[in-house]
Design a protein around this ligand. Structure first.
Ligand code: NAP
Length: 454
């Protein structure tokens, strides 16, 4: 039986690795998800101890699978960040609950190594649970999105952290000290809240990916406590991939992890240095339709506004029409456009825009000088030339899609609203740029009609 179980664990681990590999490209992402899910199913090959345990496992599978299926059907793509925050919260809670049950059953008899792993599991699991719930609240709008700070916050947090670690060290010395265990657990729940409230809502994707990494490490620690190899492997894969993703997101914004976690970015938005001035040139729908209809090459650059407007179907429609007229169409995708990694790819895939039309930032930038019209759809920061040209700008150094190098730029946005960074965008004041005001979805729908009439 042992060999059979070990074989299931090995198969699951291999499937997880191939699943992760699949997630590295939109083309193979769906297959990657299926492989990872197959890996989880393989784990069910581990036979429960007795009939009662079987019943519990089946109830768990049905309840978890049922809730997952409802969420997958009901939650729209734009609410994916909130959904992800909730699933991290529950994953971390599951790891913490296993640890609490393990301590209640065997705590007093545990050796140092096991108590050490258990301590990590409880601290990371509990703080990830509450931290992810706060992240969910901020993204959903149930909690104020601005950073919540108070006087002496850092000292308070550090003291709480020190007491929590003190309890953990005491447990290493005396595993039967149940009071130390439960104080450590309670403080970890509190620490999760304190860790996330000072961070602005817009930085939640980075925070969530970091919390995901903690949840993975908590699962790996659970593996050590239970002596379960596959949990160690899956938890470590999860932990490190989450960490790498957080680092990549920070790099794409040209910000340090410290700045994201402690910089209260959403609160310092008005610190623009050398803000752009001048007048914005408004263009008419007919003018833009004519430009598009007679262009050789058009590049669409979507951003957060496309997601809020749910304009992905309308842009696909317009792209089809243009292609039908012989216009070359491409989509330029910035790695942090929107509010979560892959946000634009997911929305455009939902609208069946072929992957072959999607170009990453480094691929599309050399094409822009030969582009007749660059159409910016609700993007702002990711096309802000100040990041490239103004070393005093707070976003200086952030790589951008250089739409201002195109022969003509059309920006679709509702009004004079700023982007996530809160900075003015000099692109909107350049002579090459025309502003087409309105909700992105209705502008694109009207453009499609107007192009047909050209
Ligand atoms: P953005 O800078 O947030 O700008 C979005 C623009 O869309 C706004 O200027 C807004 O202007 C417009 N807009 C909003 N609703 C609209 C609608 N219904 N129709 C048309 N326009 C609409 O977006 P971005 O250029 O995509 O940049 C993303 C930002 O998020 C970056 O600063 C990035 O660093 C940050 N971020 C991203 C991630 C990630 O993983 N993707 C993670 C953390 C932070 P109006 O109000 O005038 O319409």
């Amino acid at each position: 039986m042992n060999i059979y179980i070990e074989f299931c664990y090995l198969a699951a681990s291999i499937l997880f690795v191939f699943g992760l590999k699949g997630l590295t490209h939109p083309d193979s992402a769906r297959r990657g998800m299926l492989l990872a899910a197959a890996g989880m199913t393989t784990l069910a090959g581990h036979p429960p101890a007795d009939a009662a345990a079987w019943v519990l496992v089946l109830i768990g599978l049905a309840a978890g699978g049922g809730v997952g299926a409802v969420i997958a059907r009901r939650v729209p793509m734009t609410a994916m960040p909130e959904r992800t925050a909730l699933s991290h919260a529950f994953g971390a809670l599951a790891a913490a609950l296993v640890g609490i049950a393990e301590y209640a059953n065997h705590g007093a008899r545990m050796g140092e190594l096991k108590v050490g792993a258990l301590g990590f599991e409880i601290m990371l699991g509990c703080l990830t649970f509450t931290g992810s719930l706060i992240a969910f609240g901020k993204l959903y709008g149930a909690i104020k999105g601005m950073p919540i700070t108070f006087k002496g916050q850092n000292v308070f947090n550090m003291t709480l952290l020190a007491v929590m670690i003190g309890c953990f060290l005491y447990l290493l010395y005396d595993a039967s000290a149940a009071l130390a265990f439960y104080i450590m657990m309670t403080l970890a729940f509190c620490f999760g809240v304190l860790l996330v409230i000072p961070i602005g809502a817009a930085d939640m994707p980075v925070v969530m990916s970091l919390l995901n990494s903690y949840a993975g490490l908590a699962a790996a620690a659970t593996g050590f406590v239970l002596g379960n190899n596959v949990l160690i492997i899956a938890g470590t894969l999860d932990g490190f991939s989450g960490f790498i993703l957080s680092v990549l997101m920070c790099r794409a914004m040209n910000r340090s992890m410290k700045n994201v976690l402690f910089g209260a970015f959403g609160a310092v938005s008005e610190t623009a240095v050398g803000a752009a001035t001048g007048t914005m040139r408004e263009v008419s729908l007919e003018d833009v339709a004519t430009q598009l209809a007679y262009a050789k090459q058009v590049v669409f650059v979507p951003g957060y506004g496309m997601a809020t407007a749910q304009a992905q179907y309308a842009v696909r429609e317009l792209a089809n029409l243009l292609e039908g007229r012989g216009v070359g169409v491409k989509f330029g995708i910035h790695p942090v456009a929107g509010r979560m990694p892959g946000h634009m790819n997911v929305l455009l895939a939902e609208a069946n825009v072929p992957y072959s039309l999607l170009y990453e930032m480094d691929q599309i930038n050399p094409d822009l000088p030969q582009t007749d019209v660059a159409v910016v759809i609700g993007a702002n920061d990711v096309v802000n030339p100040d990041a490239r040209d103004n070393p005093r700008s707070p976003i200086a150094g952030m790589p951008i899609i250089e739409v201002d190098r195109a022969k003509s730029v059309v920006v679709l946005k509702r009004g004079k609203g700023k982007g996530f960074s809160g900075l003015e965008n000099p692109l909107f004041f350049k002579p090459v740029t025309g502003m087409l005001y309105g909700d992105a979805k209705s502008s694109l729908t009207s453009l499609a009609q107007a192009v047909q009439e050209v």
